[in-house]
Ligand binder design. Structure first.
Ligand SMILES: [Zn+2]
Length: 349
């Protein structure tokens, strides 16, 4: 028997909505409890003694103040088991938020620069990704990010180190502090990565000096397959039109934006959505910003007055902008459409 029912609350709808997460830093999923457990396991002395003392340090005003807390925390990650445990904790949480596919960033240089071997990092993360498919039915891929505040030479050396692990790494990205580290600094590294068959994405952070010029470089010169953040593109309507025509995905992170700029950048994200640009909603560094992916859908919806259908469109975008095969993408988009229909939500065909 079928009958029409009122749609569930936005919150319930957002959690159950099948979605892909495309902007997630594994190192940014380190919850205080796990940080203490890993510190104890590895005999690392921490300055903070309680969860609330750790949380009190998460009072960021901009990207630089965030990174000053973010990197020192990574000392507790030392063995492949630690990296596995970190990713596994995130993947279980992601499942609760309706994630069925995730493309996860990891920062090998945050670890190799302090003496942890590349293999230790990638093999721990890979084991969690394989386990997620088997035990949770969540497909999980890895994206290697270069830290842009290190040299281009170190990035190239890291790319060379990653070549034997190609089968485990779907693409490469660029993150950390964009100030004085524009995309052009890594043009050669990205050209080589493409030649080696990696897909590419780059962070174009919110409201950086030269944001729009950097976005232009990333689209026109580097030729990336996707952009992380990048909503300053709204400053140039012609570039927006180019991005729309190319079907370029933008991985937006509303709650993260509100931490580093005091605004979710709602107008920019929703403006791009309405113009048919493939914007997606993601959590970035959820342990630090206190919001996993469904929380980000809900925060954006509440702030911008989005409908159930808008949230479903964002979920469709998350699959369209993902690096799955076209056949898998279509199957996931169909699942979103079924989910919406089952909950009495009508989508444009
Ligand atoms: Zn990010």
């Amino acid at each position: 028997m079928s009958h029409t029912t009122a749609p569930p609350s936005l919150r319930e709808f957002a959690f159950g909505l099948p979605k892909a997460e495309l902007h997630l830093h594994l190192e940014g999923t380190l919850e205080p409890e796990l940080k203490f457990a890993l510190a104890a396991r590895n005999g690392v002395e921490l300055a903070e003694k309680t969860v609330s003392e750790v949380t009190a340090t998460y009072d960021f005003t901009d990207l630089t103040s965030f990174l000053a807390v973010y990197y020192p925390a990574m000392r507790v990650l030392q063995t492949a088991e630690d990296f596995h445990d970190l990713a596994w904790a995130y993947l279980q949480r992601a499942k609760e938020h309706g994630v069925v596919h995730v493309e996860m960033f990891f920062d090998p240089q945050a670890h190799t620069s302090r003496g942890v071997p590349f293999d230790t990092v990638v093999s721990g993360y890979r084991r969690a990704a394989v386990r997620a498919q088997r035990e949770l039915g969540v497909s999980a891929e890895l994206i290697l990010c270069f830290l842009r505040d290190f040299s281009a030479e170190y990035a190239m050396a890291t790319l060379m180190e990653a070549l034997p692990y190609k089968a485990w790494i779907v693409g490469v990205g660029l993150d950390s502090d964009e100030r004085d580290n524009p995309p052009a600094k890594f043009a050669e590294v990205f050209a080589r990565a493409k030649a080696e068959g990696f897909l590419t994405t780059m962070h174009c952070d919110i409201d950086q000096a030269g944001s729009l010029e950097n976005i232009r470089t990333v689209i026109e010169e580097i030729g990336v397959d996707r952009i992380d953040h990048g909503t300053n593109i709204v400053e140039d309507p012609e570039l927006v039109e180019l991005a729309r025509q190319r079907g370029l995905g933008f991985t937006c992170c509303p709650v993260s934006n509100s931490f580093v700029t005091e605004q979710m950048k709602t107008d920019e994200i929703v403006g791009l959505l309405r113009r048919g640009v493939k914007v997606t909603v993601n959590s970035d560094d959820p342990a630090y910003f206190g919001a996993y992916v469904a929380d980000n859908y809900i925060a954006l919806a509440e702030k911008a007055g989005l409908s159930h259908a808008d949230l479903a469109q964002l979920a469709i975008n998350s699959f369209d902008a993902s690096w799955m095969t076209p056949a898998r993408r279509t199957a996931h988009v169909d699942a979103v459409r079924r989910y919406a229909a089952e909950h009495g939500v009508t989508l444009p065909s």
